[in-house]
Design a protein around this ligand. Structure first.
Ligand SMILES: Nc1ncnc2c1ncn2[C@@H]1O[C@H](COP(=O)(O)OP(=O)(O)OP(=O)(O)O)[C@@H](O)[C@H]1O
Ligand SMILES: [Mg+2]
Length: 265
């Protein structure tokens, strides 16, 4: 099982939308997928995945009581939702509760241990065997995003073409390289630029070129893909791959480029 996480230093980069689209695209490609919302202080994957049924157990419940009985209920089968029924691969979801009544009171160390054990249990799962565990991480430097780093095989670093985002992404990239050397972090990452506005003026083209130069110079890495700002997603974050929504061809191509990268890992 490959553990692949979506992270952004700043919020509002379309991270949850991208996570949902890539995870479900992998299931469309006949891969068995578990998608986990680990942005537990600001969850949203259930909304983007358009989950209509009630989810029996959330990740917060499991963090409070990580027992066998709760594990059995933790993996919500997204095939129960009409829109995912025909997907050939298995598609499970571990959601996070939006309800403010359910903060996790376990210490950071315990949360870290439970998540590590959960990922190990998922990796050992048979019938079906899971191919991909896809995680929507918290943004910023948080304890949970550090745990996500440790359990991941690959990270997609999402950024916007904005100075705050680009600087944060470059600094985070530097931190990852530092952790690789000092803490033996075994992880590869790709930079993805998201919600890229349409260029209408030469000045904007120049700014884009400057941002790209800055990222490439500081990360020594090419950008994997640019996800365009899609008007349909602006108004409603959702899974659009496989839908015949007009004007989404470029954005679905960008999501597919990310899932194709996952297939090569
Ligand atoms: N490619 C896109 N084009 C246009 N709008 C988008 C795109 N992707 C996401 N959005 C919109 O941007 C907003 C934020 O998206 P999303 O919730 O996926 O971002 P996020 O990075 O997960 O945010 P947060 O940091 O709050 O968790 C939503 O209104 C969503 O509809
Ligand atoms: Mg989000």
């Amino acid at each position: 099982m490959k553990v692949i996480s979506f992270y952004s230093f700043k919020g509002g980069t379309g991270r949850t939308t991208t996570t949902a689209n890539v995870a479900t695209d992998l299931a469309r490609r006949n891969k068995n997928v578990v998608v986990i919302d680990l942005d537990i202080d600001g969850p949203g994957l259930d909304t983007v995945l358009a989950v209509k049924n009630e989810i029996p157990i959330y990740i917060q419940d499991y963090l409070k009581q990580p027992n066998e009985a709760n594990y059995k209920m933790l993996l919500y089968d997204l095939k129960k939702e009409k829109h995912f029924r025909k997907f050939p691969g298995a598609l499970y979801f571990i959601g996070a509760n939006l309800d403010v009544q359910s903060p996790v009171d376990a210490t950071t160390d315990i949360v870290d241990l439970i998540i590590r054990n959960l990922i190990r249990t998922l990796a050992d799962k048979t019938d079906p065997k899971i191919d991909y565990c896809i995680i929507d991480s918290q943004s910023g430097y948080t304890d949970l995003s550090a745990t996500v780093l440790d359990v991941s095989d690959h990270l997609f670093l999402l950024s916007k073409f904005s100075r705050q985002h680009i600087i944060g992404t470059v600094l985070y990239h530097r931190l990852l390289n530092h952790l690789k050397i000092t803490k033996n972090l075994v992880l590869d990452f790709d930079v993805v630029i998201s919600v890229v506005p349409e260029i209408t003026k030469p000045r904007e083209e120049k700014l884009r070129a400057e941002y790209l130069t800055f990222i490439k110079k500081n990360t020594k890495q090419e950008i994997l893909v640019e996800i365009p700002d899609a008007s349909s997603l602006k108004w409603r974050e959702e899974v659009i791959i496989g839908k015949s929504t007009p004007n989404v061809r470029q954005v679905t191509q960008a999501f597919r480029a990310i899932s194709e990268r996952c297939l090569k890992l």
